[in-house]
Ligand binder design. Structure first.
Ligand code: MLT
Length: 310
């Protein structure tokens, strides 16, 4: 009997082909809890992206599971401790979509600077409104990067080409490394006070949830534009809505939300908020890389071989 690989979210066809050559591949909608629990019972491997919650209940139902693979960077939707306790290996594809995520943050930043989404909706709605959509240049502005990990670094390197002044908050990075990147390390309060644009590039952990809340948004430079293409909940949504309403924050570009999927948010009512449904990793290139990386790791794990860091 071939091992069963259960794919719970969209995966690149190239990766499915690789897996189908060796295993029985089954598919399920990971957001359909009942279906997931039923299907995982017969699976040796489970592959997810960000929408499927792989918690203790799923891991308990998956009595034959040997490996859970996350076709992406973050592992916040996988209960690693529960998996480890059951001897289930957890793998991800930590570099697969970092370029795509950084590019998405830049797209959102530029869209907030130039009202791209609202102007599109206005023109397609039959209105030619030039004076309504006067934006700001990015050149010469201070860009605050919260989190200088892999994605934050790619974002900063690209923003440098726009002629920005880069500052960053990251308690874990060495000042020399930041200096090499042309980025000045500052405390979070200083970053909030000085930045014209802020982009968040952090994983979702108990330490980072709500990192930018009411108090922090009270410190920002008036007119700041804020981008989050990392994880929902890092910026408190209610506090952000209040800051937008009061005009302290001039715009926001959001790819991620505290609850996903969602079609409702207090933030969707603002003209100066551009939103996308968690598309940071949704490029052909990133999906190929993520899919092939986890397909490789799943194969090694099911073959009982050592799985190196991807
Ligand atoms: C990631 O963590 O890499 C992304 O959020 C993956 C995804 O798009 O599901």
């Amino acid at each position: 009997m071939p091992s069963v690989v259960l794919i719970a979210e969209e995966l690149a066809p190239s990766a499915i082909d690789v897996l189908a050559g060796h295993y029985e591949v089954r598919q399920v909608d990971g957001t359909d809890r009942a279906a997931l629990l039923a299907q995982v019972a017969g699976a040796d491997a489970l592959i997810v992206r960000s929408a499927t919650q792989v918690d203790a209940e799923v891991l308990t139902a998956g009595t034959g599971l040997r490996v859970v693979a996350r076709a992406g960077v973050g592992l916040d939707n996988v209960d690693i401790a529960a998996a480890t306790a059951r001897g289930v290996l957890v793998v991800n594809a930590p570099t697969s979509n970092i370029v795509s995520a950084a590019e998405q943050a830049i797209a959102l930043l530029l869209a907030t600077a130039r009202h791209t989404a609202t102007a599109t909706a206005s023109l397609k709605g039959g209105r030619w409104q030039r004076s309504r959509f006067v934006g700001v240049e990015v050149q010469g502005k201070t860009v605050g990067v919260v989190g200088l990990g892999r994605i934050g670094v790619l974002f900063a390197q690209r923003m440098a080409a726009f002629g920005t002044r880069l500052i960053a908050y990251d308690p874990y990075i060495q000042p020399a490394r930041a200096a090499q990147l042309g980025v000045r390390l500052v405390g979070l309060d200083e970053l909030l006070r000085e930045s014209d644009f802020i982009s968040v590039h952090l994983p979702r952990t108990p330490e980072t949830v709500g990192l930018i809340g009411e108090k922090e948004l009270g410190l920002v430079r008036p007119g700041v534009r804020i981008v989050n293409a990392a994880r929902g909940g890092l910026i408190d949504e209610e506090a952000l809505a209040t800051a937008l309403r009061e005009g302290r924050v001039a715009g926001a570009g959001l790819d991620v939300f505290v609850t996903e999927p969602t079609t409702e948010s207090p933030l969707f009512g603002f003209d100066n908020v551009v939103v996308t449904p968690h598309l940071g990793a949704s490029t052909a290139e990133a999906q190929d890389k993520a899919g092939l990386s986890v397909a490789r790791s799943v194969k090694l794990a099911l073959d009982g071989e050592f799985v190196p860091d991807a």
